[in-house]
Ligand binder design. Structure first.
Ligand SMILES: [Zn+2]
Length: 498
């Protein structure tokens, strides 16, 4: 739709409704650099109720059309951030055997909104003796009425899937739960319950292909990882600074290629490779896509900006997320992957806890995974992508929002500033300067991004038409978020789209 058409539509709507109800629009965001699906344009975003009514040329809409106007001149207006990989209210066994439960959606959602992210995708654990839909209902207890952000779940398969799981999986996909998390490793030597054997994965892929689902994969080669754990323990090299030797690049190479080959054998299987950390992983994705396979890549901002050398810094566990940080060369391959179209999303693998809990383990086999990063993600990636590497605003928005919406079946409801989309809008101030400081954030008592340069920061965050954050004040409520049912579009499943 052109700006002129959009304006015409709104004017007509205006004429029809104004006589009855007064102002026709709830909000106009004026004069910003608007990141639309067709590029960046100076313009206005008109919001009515929970959706975007139009994106127009500047001042195409009379001021008295709206109940409220926000002046965005000199600012960047973008779709709300989407984090497709978070673990909220998630159990983690600490070295002393007690369970740490990570911060839930109320705390993390509030931080996310302060940081310009409006939607996240977590996980529902499909345990033995439960159906897929029971797994979703059980997880709802942690989210419904507790999440100020919109959210969805990937269904997470466990080691012993129920015998009837593949039929249930097809039903779940068709009921709006189309992504299945699969682990090819138990990650840590003492842990069981994650790794799925390849026979079950093969069966899961057949169900995904049949139902139109997407596999979201934590791939590591369990044999290599466990072999390295045994060897490092034997050699007495158990400090967490050795994590990159256990969760190594060979493991990523072998495991990515093995699971992609399995997917290739079941036509119609599409995969989203989570937290790609190594050049070998990027290469495996690139080769699969060159064969026209529907394989997508996610990395974490941790992996793009820290290396295994950072483990040696004070509280070096802060930078760790499983699999592990790698080398400068791996980092470069991840960045190159964002330009070549092999890395599509930058997620957090959010696992929000205190610094004390993040650093309570200090061995290769007990270091707390995940990280706290959902709030500074948009700001940090703006600095690194737009300011330091010259990425266009469109590419930046693709990597922190739109691509996740497209791959995960939320587009164009989410991830787009366009007529008819949900009015999830983040306004960035590109004149903001400073450093990331944990005390300025709303997440927890530490940030792995402490001292990182700021070149833009969200100043307004809107979720489905409701201003959630403005001028440093929070207006959200834990009941504001909604569950998002999804359907993966054929374009994503049929071949290497994006
Ligand atoms: Zn994760």
């Amino acid at each position: 739709m052109s700006a002129g058409q959009a304006t015409g539509k709104v004017s007509k709507l205006h004429e029809n409704r104004r006589r009855k109800v007064g102002n026709v629009l709830d909000l106009i965001i004026r004069g910003g650099d608007v990141v639309t699906p067709h590029g960046v344009q100076k313009g206005d975003v008109a919001i009515q109720g929970e959706t975007i009514a139009a994106v127009t040329a500047p001042d195409a809409l009379a001021a008295d059309l709206a109940n409220r106007t926000i002046d965005a001149s000199g600012k960047i207006v973008m779709p709300g951030g989407i984090d497709p990989h978070v673990h909220l209210h998630h159990p983690w066994i600490k070295p002393d055997g007690t369970t740490l439960t990570t911060a839930g959606p109320e705390q993390v959602g509030r931080a996310a909104l302060f940081g310009g992210t409006t939607t996240f995708i977590d996980f529902a654990y499909w345990r033995e003796n439960a159906t897929a839909l029971q797994a979703i209902e059980a997880r709802d207890k942690d989210f419904v009425g507790k999440s100020p952000c919109d959210w969805a779940y990937h269904i997470m398969l466990h080691s012993e899937p129920p015998p009837a799981f593949s039929g249930q999986l097809v039903e779940a996909i068709q009921a709006g739960f189309p992504t299945l998390k699969i682990f090819t490793t138990n990650i840590l030597p003492k842990r069981t319950g994650r790794m799925i054997d390849f026979g079950d994965i093969w069966e899961a892929f057949q169900a995904l292909a049949k139902g139109g689902g997407l596999g979201v994969i934590h791939a590591e080669d369990n044999d290599i990882v466990m072999h390295m754990y045994a060897r490092l323990i034997r050699e007495g090299r158990v400090g967490f600074e050795h994590l990159a030797e256990a969760h190594n690049t060979l493991s990523e190479d072998l495991s990515f290629r093995r699971i992609i080959r399995l997917a290739e054998s079941v036509p119609g299987t599409a995969l989203y490779m989570m937290h790609v950390s190594a050049a070998t992983g990027v290469a495996a994705i690139a080769e699969a896509r060159a064969k026209r396979l529907p394989i997508y890549g996610e990395t974490l901002h941790q992996y793009m900006l820290y290396t295994a050398e950072d483990y040696k810094r004070p509280n070096g566990q802060m930078y760790h997320t499983y699999p592990s940080l790698k080398s400068k060369e791996d980092q470069k391959a991840l960045w190159d992957g964002t330009l070549a179209g092999n890395i599509h999303c930058v997620a957090t693998d959010e696992l929000c806890c205190t610094l004390r809990d993040k650093t309570v383990g200090n061995r290769i086999d007990d270091t707390t995974g995940g990280n706290s990063g959902v709030e500074p993600r948009l700001g940090v990636m703006y600095t690194e992508m737009v300011t330091r590497r010259g990425y266009s605003l469109s590419r930046y928005v693709d990597l922190v929002s739109s691509n996740a919406a497209k791959i995960m079946g939320l587009y164009p409801r989410k991830g787009a500033l366009a007529a008819g989309s949900d009015a999830d809008v983040t306004i960035l101030d590109p004149t903001r300067r400073g450093k990331v400081r944990a005390e300025d954030l709303h997440e927890t008592d530490y940030t792995p991004w402490e001292g990182h340069d700021i070149y833009a920061w969200p100043v307004v965050t809107i979720l489905r038409g409701k201003v959630m954050v403005e001028g440093g004040n929070y207006f959200g409520a834990p009941s504001d978020g909604k569950y998002l049912k999804r359907k993966i579009p054929a374009m994503i499943l049929d071949g290497p789209a994006l």
